[in-house]
Design a protein around this ligand. Structure first.
Ligand code: CS2
Ligand code: MG
Length: 402
């Protein structure tokens, strides 16, 4: 089935999304998410100017060959822009293959390994009191697993503290906000937050926390240790992971499970972390790690070391990526958990989809393909608006990790 047409669609129903649509000669089509927060138009240009001309006329069924063609053929391998572009093509081709086969993508991957995909939500507050209350609301909504983030006394801003309750979008219009960060304050107050949550709700729910790349390895080791009494499901992005060996020091000092990988683009970013059992959950996501084809490779490798998946699912990963993630999560044998940061009602309207939240799980029924679409007429109503993620500086002005 030859690829006849392919084009990108940019829309901003609350935040910017880039979507690729591929159409085959028989009129079937597939969609893929290509959204890279704060760098959206770079991936659009990569697709429009460099990838789409190479797709026209190719056999849409040859997903693996097209993946290898775009990866090896680029010569300049890996990287967030390239791998998001390849991911969008890959998702759209799996969508088309499912539609041609008359079955959901999870059936093509090998069928269901579970009835639903356990997800976690984002309880947060400007202070401990608000965050503890928010956890209660997520428990009432049926969540089995809840990420807890809170403001830090003495700091104006901290990662993960949303304006509203259900939606957290860190990217803002205009130029990047500059936030002041102080790890010593954060290390002093965070264990206290989790003591209060456990005191309030006990130990029946999974609790997660995102360190968001802010600590040095020894600081992360200390936090991991201080959090051990509160039995976290995971401590995420405890330290920047460019140097994978950094996790050896953390591992030496704490048994708090470690999760990393939302900014990873390929198996090369995590092979040592997995092979040395330095992490327990790999957070690579379909849209940023080269699509379903490459994420499956990462998950299969991780399964050898009993490392489970914990895919990234923030608001800046579109419902197209979420649909792909649910298909993937229903199949993947070493599934751990799926992040689910809710999208705005406007976003959900632009991207009608076949997944739904039910008692702590993401459910999906038998719809051919990925089970998601894009309403192009509605999408056109929300033009692109440039937006940036914040940056972080230490009190002395030094650049730090946001
Ligand atoms: C975060 C994200 O969800 C998470 O775990 O780390 O909110 C992340 O900050 C954004 O996706 C960045 O675009
Ligand atoms: Mg994170």
């Amino acid at each position: 089935m030859k690829i006849e047409r392919a084009y990108t669609i940019v829309t901003c129903p609350g935040r910017n999304f880039v979507t690729l649509k591929i159409v085959t000669g028989d009129g079937a089509y597939g969609v893929g998410d290509a959204t890279l927060n704060g760098r959206e138009l770079a991936v659009k240009a990569y697709l429009d100017e460099h990838v789409i001309p190479c797709l026209i006329g190719r056999d849409s069924r040859t997903i693996e060959d097209i993946w290898q063609y775009l990866y090896r053929g680029a010569y300049w391998r890996r990287g967030p822009v390239t791998m998001a572009a390849i991911a969008a093509v890959d998702m759209a081709l799996w969508d088309i293959k499912g539609k041609h086969a008359g079955m959901p993508v999870y059936q093509l991957l090998g069928g269901r390994s579970r009835h639903g995909v356990m997800v976690y939500g984002h309880a947060n507050g400007r202070d401990h009191g608000e965050a503890v209350e928010a956890v209660g609301r997520y428990i009432d909504m049926g969540y089995k697993a809840i990420r807890v983030q809170s403001g830090v006394p003495g700091l104006d801003k901290a990662y993960g503290v949303a304006k509203g309750d259900l939606y957290y979008e860190p990217a803002a219009k205009g130029l990047p906000d500059e936030e002041i960060w102080d790890t010593s304050l954060y290390l002093r107050h965070t264990p206290e937050l989790f003591r209060k949550v456990r005191d309030a709700y006990g130990y029946d729910h999974h609790l997660l926390h995102d360190g968001h790349h802010r600590m040095t390895p020894i600081e992360a080791a200390r936090l991991g240790k201080d959090l051990e009494p509160y039995r976290l499901f995971w401590l995420e992005d405890a330290t920047p992971a460019e140097n994978q060996e950094a996790f050896r020091l953390i591992r030496q000092h704490t048994t708090t499970p470690l999760a990393v990988g939302e900014i990873f683009n390929s198996i090369w970013d995590c092979k040592d972390l997995i092979r040395e059992q330095l992490i327990d959950y790999i957070r690579a996501a379909v849209v940023h790690a080269g699509g379903i084809t490459h994420l499956r490779r990462i998950a299969d490798f991780a399964s050898v070391y009993q490392v489970r998946t914990g895919c990234h699912g923030a608001t800046d990963l579109s419902p197209v990526c979420m649909a792909a993630a649910v298909n993937f999560g229903l199949w993947v044998p070493n599934f751990g958990i799926q992040e689910y940061m809710r999208h705005t009602p406007e976003t959900d309207a632009v991207f009608p989809h076949n997944y739904w939240f039910e008692a702590g799980f993401m459910m999906m029924d038998e719809v051919p393909g990925l089970g998601v679409d894009i309403d192009e007429r509605l999408a056109a109503k929300y033009p692109y608006e440039r937006a940036y993620l914040p940056v972080a500086r230490l009190r002395d002005g030094s650049m730090w990790n946001w």
